[in-house]
Structures are given as structure tokens and as C-alpha cells.
Write a protein that binds this ligand. Structure first.
Ligand code: NAP
Length: 685
């Protein structure tokens, strides 16, 4: 029988080089790993077991996965079996043997045996019989990993964990199955798998070791731990697990909050099946908000009126539905507006779900409201429903209002260079609230700050709607400050990284950190491409100008006005120096970064990609972009001629710094793809 006292994380390490595997073993141990699986099929040459097991900090599992089971092994089956036998003789604590080879590898020494079954296609009809048969084999632990086809597959697999004859690790792969990797621990699974380096594509749906430890506190999960979660599709990037789990921990509540990917049309069957787990309450996001409102047997007033719910709480009979968005937005406005809400004239931009919630909230408060929307029909309908006045989309800039609330998705990641409004309509007295929180500082918020408007970002509303849910889930007051802090850290790649120093996050980081700098003139698309590229590489990204504004709490224009160009350049250099301390980061630099010698020296830390576009293209982009030359004093009044002149002066500097030059008139997606392919020409696969 297995010697593992769970629940713990089995940290999976897959690298092509021994040196990196060794480094990650030590680093994982420093971070608290109690069991490590070495994916030997990742190695680019035969494993040197002595080297890998030297200074072993905790029990180690040897695994050589075939491609048909999701691995990278490219030798013959005979060679694989021989290596597995060698791994046992070399003294691995555990060896992973697939069910079809278990008879061919005899037990030897003290090595414990994990008998495993993988199915990348789905779940076999005879799953339960197969599990029984595996438990009868000469194995210490049974592992079953199958691919979920529907959300309810998770429940079928989790049922295997009810008093199994042998310790069993059973879960669903893929993002439909991510929840089972955590829920199984509550049902008695001795461990769950966590990737040390998630970007190494260890297995579909596997979570990062660090997240399992820090967000989900896996080793404290007990059978009585309560479960909550978010349902929607997609949910992989939801910030809700982060803030709710942090809030549970802060309040000492024995509960965990998990993501459940529930595709359209599956809500009813999902809720029914997961009654067996059980789950106590859900946050609900797109596309399930309307379905959740229909399914609930009890509804609060906001759900009745709006026909959409963002919260479901389990009751003895079924579910109670609530909508905390409207209340959160109103609370947020009341807390930040300089004058009473009732005295304001509000322009709501957008007529989707969030606009609806806020419109109903404003109606309840008796606030004069205008609604504008790209699609007239939808906008008119909402305006009629709440007794507001509809403003044609083309006339939105001339609305007589003192408060603007953006409820469109314009400006949301990855289209961060867009804004739903031209900056010229943002007079300094207007209060601007952008409900978008990814990124927190949208182009609209930046424009508004530039024009001297008081602003409110979507983070406050997001935290408040989660706080109201927390109160419904637990009956306790939410730790709003902590929740805000957690969201801000998650949204800012720089701050998030600062909490986890480079040396800790990446073992044996190369002497020079892995950085890619994007240089080029304003309007070349650096920020958008930085995000797309970072997503592709599994890295973080930073927009140096945005970091600078956030850091000093002033717009670039204000810094220019107060300190002149020299003062601005000093601050820009300080931010670049700070960003260079990060590892695995794509940095969108300011257009003039190449002007200073010290900056050019720093750019040598990473490959530099110059996004080059002709002056007329840049000029056109800057004109249609709400962040036009007016915001940047260095662009002065000269328009296109000014850009041409500045470009002429900077071109030799861009050219001297670049390792790769790309035509920036191509689509951002194409450019990010090209850089990714070029960069990943590095030796490790
Ligand atoms: P939704 O129901 O899909 O509505 C999207 C709205 O954006 C519609 O009014 C749509 O106009 C408009 N829109 C989309 N693309 C546009 C474009 N290119 N030009 C002009 N208008 C465009 O989405 P939702 O659920 O309301 O969410 C909207 C935003 O709210 C999201 O981006 C999210 O960031 C934010 N949000 C914030 C919170 C928070 O707590 N802070 C919570 C949820 C959502 P049409 O009708 O013409 O398509």
C-alpha cells in the first residue's frame, strides 16, 4: 500500500535537459513539494538516473509516457520498458506503469507502483469495471485520467473515489475536467498533479503547482471542506477563484472556490449532477446568466426584473438566484462620486448584460439616465425598459451628461488600444467609470485622466459584486480591501511578479533574464502585440508607459508638463530598469526609449523586435485612435510631418537596437505569431 499521506500535490517536471530538471527538482522542494514526478519522456537524451536522483529532496516518481497516453516518448516500446526497469533499480520511490504493461515489469526493491490508465478521447463504457480490475493488480496506487466530454463526466469519475479498494487518483483531463483534479482531494484522493512549469504543456487541464498550493491550499482540504465555484464558458482566466479563496482564508472559513467550465445548454444537467458532490453556491458568468435565472426556484428582485443571475446559492429545495452586479455598481458609484448619485446625469454606453444591470440599479435610485449603443434596437429596448432616453450612437459625444459609464467591451484585453469614446468629449468635470477591469487602466481611463476627469475603474465594482456573493455564501462580511489587493496584483503583471521574486519563480534562471523588448513608434501596436506574444509564450507582459503612469499616479502629459522631457525620460529609464528585473516578460517600451544610451544598454538584455511602420500609417492610426498626438507633447502640433521628422531621427537608433524588424502594418496576431516562431527557435523544445 502507498506510503503517501494526502492530500498533497505531485509536482510534475518535464524538461528536455537534465540540468533544468535537476534545478526544478530543487526549486520545487524549496517551494514545498512533497512528491515529484519526473516526466522522463520529455528528456532529449537517455536519462541519467544517478544525476536525477542525486540530492533527492522528497519521494520521486518515474514516468515515461507514450504519445498515445499524452506523452512525448519517441523510442520503441522495448526501450521504454527497459528504461522503466532501470528506473526501478536506480531507486525511484514510485514508478508509473500503464495497465497494459504492469505484468511485464516485476516488483523490485522498495519502489512503489502506480498503475495507470489514460484515455485522451473520452471515458470508456466499462470505467467502473476497469477501476476494479486495476485495483486487483499488484499496485500501490491506481491512477485513472480520462478526457471529459461533458461536465457530468466529472461526477462519474469522482464516484470511483468512494471507498476504493486501493488508494486511487481519478480525474478528468481537459478544461471541462479541471474541477475534478481538486474535488477529488476532498473525496480522498491522496494527491493531485500540479505542473511546476505550466507552459511546458505537461497535460491538458493540469494546474500550476504554485496555484494549487497558494490559491487552493491543497494540503488543508478535508472531507468536510465546503465547495463553491464559478460556472461559465470560458472560465479558465476567471479571477473569481483568486479572490474568493483569498477571502475564505482571510476569514478562516474551511471552503474552496473552484472553476467549472459549463458550456451553453449544459447548466441543468450540471447542477443536478453536482448536487452529489455537493457544491454550496456558484458565481455565474457568461453564457449562463439567463439560464441560471430560469432554473432557480427562488429569485431576488434584481433577477426577477433583469432575467439574469450572477449568483446561485443551494437551498434544501434547489437554488436561490441573485444578481449582485447592479448593487455593486451603485455602491461603487456612491463611494466614489464627488456629489450625490441622485443629482447626476448619467450616460450609459452599451446595452449588454452589465449595462442592463446598472440601468436597473440607476432606475431604482431615480437617476436621470441616457443609453447609447452601437446596435440601436438593443439600446432603444433597454432605454424603454428603464425609462431612460436613447441617444443615437453617432450622437453619443454630444450628450448633456456629467457621468459616463462604459458598459461595452471596447478597450478590453486584447484590444487595449481602443476606446468607445473620442477623448475630445471628456470635459474635465465629467466623472468616467469604465466597468472593464482587464486591463484596469483602459484607454478610456487613460484618456479621461489626461483630460483631468475623475475616474473609477471596473476593479471596484468587480470586487464589490464578489463581496456581496461572499456574504451570501458565508454570512460573513467580505474582506474587500484584501480582495481588491488580490485582484490588482493579478491584473498587474509587474506587481504579480514582484510578489514572487525571479530567483524563486524560475530556478536557475539564465544569467540574463528572458525578456523580449518591442520597440517602435507610438501606434505601431506594441502593447497589443506584447499581450498576444506573452499569451503565446506563457509569459507575463508589461506596457512600460502604463506602468509609469500607474507608478507615479500621473499621466505622461502631466509628467511632461511638470518636469519637462528630461524629467519624463529619467522616470522612463527608471521604469525600464525595474522591468528588466523580471523574467519571462515581453516589454512594450515607450516610443522614445531608444533615445538614451543607458536604455539602449538595457535593451541588450533581450532580443529587441522593432515594429516598423511608415509615417502615414502611424499618423492614420494615431488620428483614429483616441490617444492622439494631443496626449503626447513630443508629437507636438506638426501632425504627419512631425512624425516623419521624429521617425527619421529615431530610425537609426531603432535599427541599431533591433535583432528583428517586422512590418507593423500586418495584423497584431500575425506579428505575434512571427515573433513567437522566431524566438522559439531556441534549443529547448
Ligand atoms: P455583452 O452583454 O456582450 O455586451 C457587450 C456590449 O458591448 C454591447 O452593448 C455591445 O454593443 C458593445 N460592443 C461590443 N463591441 C463593440 C464595438 N466594437 N463597438 C461598440 N460597442 C460594442 O457584455 P457584458 O456582459 O455587458 O460585458 C460588457 C463589459 O463589462 C465587459 O467587457 C466586461 O469587461 C465588463 N464587466 C465588468 C464587470 C465588473 O464587475 N466590473 C462585470 C461584468 C462585465 P452591441 O449591442 O452593438 O453588440
Amino acid at each position: 500500500m502507498s506510503t503517501i499521506k494526502g492530500p498533497i500535490v505531485c509536482v510534475v517536471i518535464g524538461r528536455t535537459r537534465h540540468r533544468m530538471m535537476q534545478a526544478e527538482i530543487q526549486e520545487a522542494a524549496k517551494q514545498g513539494a512533497k512528491l515529484i514526478e519526473l516526466r522522463l519522456d520529455f528528456l532529449s537524451r537517455d536519462p541519467d538516473f544517478k544525476r536525477l536522483l542525486r540530492d533527492r529532496p522528497c519521494p520521486m516518481v518515474a514516468t515515461i509516457r507514450r504519445p498515445s497516453d499524452g506523452g512525448r516518448w519517441n523510442g520503441t516500446e522495448d526501450q521504454r520498458l527497459r528504461l522503466l526497469r532501470h528506473a526501478i533499480v536506480a531507486g525511484f520511490d514510485f514508478v508509473d506503469l500503464e495497465i497494459d504493461i504492469i505484468q511485464q515489469i516485476p516488483r523490485f526493491g522498495t519502489t512503489q507502483r502506480i498503475v495507470s490508465y489514460h484515455n485522451l478521447q473520452g471515458i470508456p463504457d466499462n470505467l467502473e469495471a476497469l477501476h476494479k480490475q486495476m485495483c486487483e493488480e499488484d499496485a500501490d496506487i491506481v491512477k485513472i485520467a480520462v478526457n471529459a466530454q461533458t461536465t457530468t463526466d466529472n461526477v462519474r469519475v469522482l464516484k470511483l473515489l468512494k471507498n476504493p479498494p486501493k488508494p486511487t487518483v481519478a480525474f478528468c483531463m481537459g478544461d471541462l475536467g479541471t474541477c475534478s483534479r481538486l474535488l477529488g482531494l476532498r473525496q480522498g484522493m491522496p494527491f493531485t498533479y500540479g505542473a511546476f512549469n505550466k507552459e511546458r504543456h505537461i497535460a491538458p487541464g493540469v494546474q500550476a503547482f504554485r496555484d494549487l498550493q497558494q490559491i487552493y491550499r491543497v494540503d488543508e482540504i478535508k472531507p468536510e471542506t465546503k465547495i463553491f465555484g464559478v460556472i461559465g464558458d470560458p472560465v479558465a482566466h476567471s479571477l473569481s477563484p483568486l479572490i474568493h479563496n483569498a477571502a475564505f482564508q482571510a476569514r478562516g472559513i474551511d471552503a474552496r472556490y473552484v472553476s467549472f467550465r459549463v458550456p451553453r445548454g449544459e447548466l441543468q444537467s450540471f447542477l443536478q449532477a453536482f448536487r452529489e458532490i455537493p457544491v454550496e453556491g456558484y458565481s455565474v458568468t457568461l453564457p449562463q446568466k439567463e439560464a441560471a435565472a430560469k432554473i432557480a426556484d427562488e429569485k431576488d428582485e434584481a433577477v426577477e426584473v433583469m432575467g439574469a443571475a450572477n449568483t446561485l446559492v443551494a437551498t434544501t429545495k434547489g437554488f436561490r438566484a441573485a444578481n449582485t452586479d447592479a448593487q455593486a455598481a451603485i455602491d461603487s458609484l456612491k463611494a466614489h462620486l464627488p456629489t450625490p448619485l441622485q443629482s447626476r446625469r448619467v450616460l450609459l454606453v452599451g446595452a449588454g448584460g452589465v449595462a442592463r444591470a446598472i440601468a436597473f440599479g440607476l432606475k431604482k435610485e431615480g437617476v436621470v439616465t441616457y443609453v447609447t449603443n452601437r446596435t440601436e434596437e438593443r439600446g432603444v429596448k433597454l432605454a424603454d425598459e428603464v425609462g431612460a432616453k436613447f441617444v443615437d450612437w453617432t450622437a453619443r459625444h454630444a450628450t448633456d451628461c456629467d457621468t459616463i459609464i462604459n458598459c461595452t467591451s471596447v478597450g478590453m484585453h486584447p484590444n487595449v488600444d481602443e476606446s468607445p469614446l473620442h477623448h475630445s468629449c471628456l470635459n474635465s468635470g465629467i466623472f468616467v467609470f469604465d466597468t472593464i477591469y482587464t486591463p484596469e487602466t483602459t484607454m478610456l481611463i487613460r484618456d479621461a485622466r489626461e483630460r483631468g476627469c475623475p475616474v473609477l475603474t471596473g476593479v471596484d465594482m468587480f470586487v464589490r459584486q464578489a463581496g456581496l456573493q461572499f456574504q451570501m455564501f458565508t454570512g460573513q462580511t467580505p474582506p474587500l480591501e484584501l480582495m481588491t489587493d488580490v485582484v490588482r496584483k493579478a491584473l498587474s503583471p509587474v506587481q504579480a511578479r514582484a510578489a514572487a521574486p525571479v530567483e524563486e519563480a524560475v530556478p536557475e534562471a539564465p544569467a540574463t533574464p528572458r525578456l523580449i523588448f518591442l520597440i517602435g513608434y507610438r501606434g505601431a501596436g506594441k502593447t497589443t502585440i506584447a499581450q498576444l506574444l506573452a499569451d503565446k509564450l506563457g509569459w507575463i507582459w508589461a506596457d512600460a508607459d502604463a506602468v509609469l503612469e500607474d507608478r507615479y499616479g500621473k499621466s505622461i502629459k502631466e509628467i511632461f508638463a511638470e518636469e519637462g522631457e528630461a524629467g519624463f525620460r529619467d522616470r522612463e529609464a527608471a521604469i525600464l530598469e525595474e522591468l528588466c528585473a523580471y523574467d519571462c516578460c515581453v516589454i512594450a517600451t515607450g516610443g522614445g526609449v531608444v533615445l538614451r544610451e543607458d536604455n539602449r544598454e538595457r535593451l541588450k538584455l533581450g532580443p529587441v523586435v522593432w515594429l516598423n511602420a511608415p509615417a502615414d500609417v502611424l499618423w492614420q492610426r494615431l488620428q483614429s485612435d483616441s490617444a492622439t498626438a494631443e496626449q503626447r507633447p513630443d508629437l507636438a502640433q506638426g501632425g504627419r510631418a512631425e512624425i516623419e521628422e521624429l521617425l527619421r531621427a529615431r530610425m537609426p537608433l531603432y535599427d541599431a537596437c533591433q535583432n528583428l524588424t517586422l512590418d507593423a502594418t500586418q495584423s497584431p496576431e500575425m506579428i505575434a505569431e512571427l515573433i513567437g516562431v522566431w524566438y522559439q527557435g531556441e534549443p529547448e523544445a
